[in-house]
Design a protein around this ligand. Structure first.
Ligand SMILES: *Cc1c(COP(=O)(O)O)cnc(C)c1O
Length: 379
């Protein structure tokens, strides 16, 4: 939502009467903390992605989901995790939080996901995991990521914070593989205001994750899921305060009920952008038809070095834009990390531009934004 009602914002969460009712119903239950709604949200996520015997553990942010995944994978001081620099710093901080080091890897031009050949060249004795991102909801080369991980005995921590609902082959992201992390923050495709989840393979890692999620306290998840708690608990591990409340989970559940509607609407807007921007000089649209994609953001590339001028032109016409992402290896804290060649990352991060994409957006708005870009770029 924008401060200025005359500006088309980059993000515009849909908070309908259904969500408001879910909140007031959750307050009526009177159990505000983690509880039965949290369990129901985990179940709903599991069903939507076809998790089967994989287990969903909800957290209070996507960042804490990534941190829990890193910790449960046993990644610690001295270890390295290969991750794109072209990413949100939450991923890098989740690695740093465990005393491990991100090793920055370049991306591919076509899907803006990790370059698996470049990742392979970065593997060292210290490498423990690879952390690919499904940028903008478009899957990275997952088959190749898993083949590489298997060949070198690495864990895979998928950053699927952009890709809730994206289909890969005949499965949904998170429904297969190793560790998958989602975010339900205010601007993601569905929101619980703040929230996240890790999907684990069947086994005993989910139990470890539940301990990490709530201060190392045992028994807690089981009882709280019945809106109860025990006072004779034991503390069995280190832990954080990362659990998701009933109020947040209820919001998430109301949004989950509409996710297919949101995905469909966003796919249509992205397809229309692709069509209306095709052939605009010096503009490159995403190399996907958005079938099977759950689009988080819609990005274009401005090839002629006039991105900043285009941003100004759009601003002057009441259109906000964003930049996803600045490369992490350019930040003060991460400048010192080991990295590979960053040619594509550096080129992309100087060209990329995020246009407004909302779950409720008219074709007229997409046409207005596209026309404004075409007018500026056409000599
Ligand atoms: C949103 C996001 C996260 C973190 O999620 P939060 O819920 O905001 O903590 C991590 N990585 C990427 C790429 C994201 O877009």
């Amino acid at each position: 939502m924008s401060e200025d009602p005359n500006v088309i914002p980059v993000f515009q969460p849909v908070i309908g009467e259904d969500t408001l009712k879910a909140v007031s119903d959750a307050f009526d239950v009177g159990w505000l903390g983690m509880g039965a709604a949290t369990a129901a949200f985990e179940q709903g996520i599991s069903e939507r992605i076809g998790a089967g015997d994989r287990q969903v553990v909800a957290t209070n942010t996507g960042t804490s989901a990534l941190h829990v995944a890193v910790a449960v994978a046993g990644i610690g001081p001295g270890d390295e995790v290969i991750v794109p620099s072209f990413n949100f710093v939450a991923d890098h901080q989740a690695i740093s939080a465990e005393g491990a080091s991100p090793v920055f890897c370049d991306i591919r031009e076509d899907n803006l996901g990790i370059d698996v050949d470049a990742a392979e060249a970065l593997i060292s004795e210290r490498t423990k995991a690879i952390m690919p991102l499904h940028f903008a909801g478009v899957p990275c080369d997952l088959d190749r990521v898993y083949a590489l991980a298997e060949a070198h005995g690495l864990r895979v921590i998928e950053d699927a914070t952009h890709a809730f609902g994206t289909v890969y082959g005949d499965k949904t992201i998170g429904g297969f593989g190793d560790l998958t992390c989602f975010s339900f923050d205010p601007v993601k495709i569905i929101t619980s205001i703040d929230g996240g989840a890790v999907v684990f393979p069947a086994g005993n890692e989910p139990e470890h994750a539940r301990h990490l999620r709530l201060l190392g306290i045992d028994k807690d998840t089981e009882l709280r899921y019945q809106n109860k708690r025990a006072w004779d608990y034991d503390v069995v591990s280190r832990g954080f305060r990362y659990h998701l409340t009933n109020i947040n989970a209820s919001i998430g559940l109301s949004q989950l009920a509409r996710v297919d509607e949101f995905i469909g609407a966003r796919q249509s807007s992205c397809q229309l952008y692709n069509e209306l921007l095709s052939g605009v000089p010096e503009i490159r649209t995403p190399e996907t038809d958005f079938e099977g994609i759950s689009p988080f953001i819609y990005t274009i590339r401005v090839l002629d070095g006039r991105r900043e001028a285009l941003i100004e032109h759009l601003r002057a016409n009441g259109i906000a834009t964003g930049i996803h992402f600045m490369p992490a290896h350019s930040y003060t804290y991460y400048r010192v990390c080991r990295r590979g060649d960053m040619t594509v990352t550096e080129r992309l991060s100087s060209q990329i531009l995020t246009l407004p994409l909302h779950s409720e957006m008219t074709r007229g708005t997409v046409a207005f934004i596209s026309d404004t870009i075409r007018d500026f770029m056409t000599p």
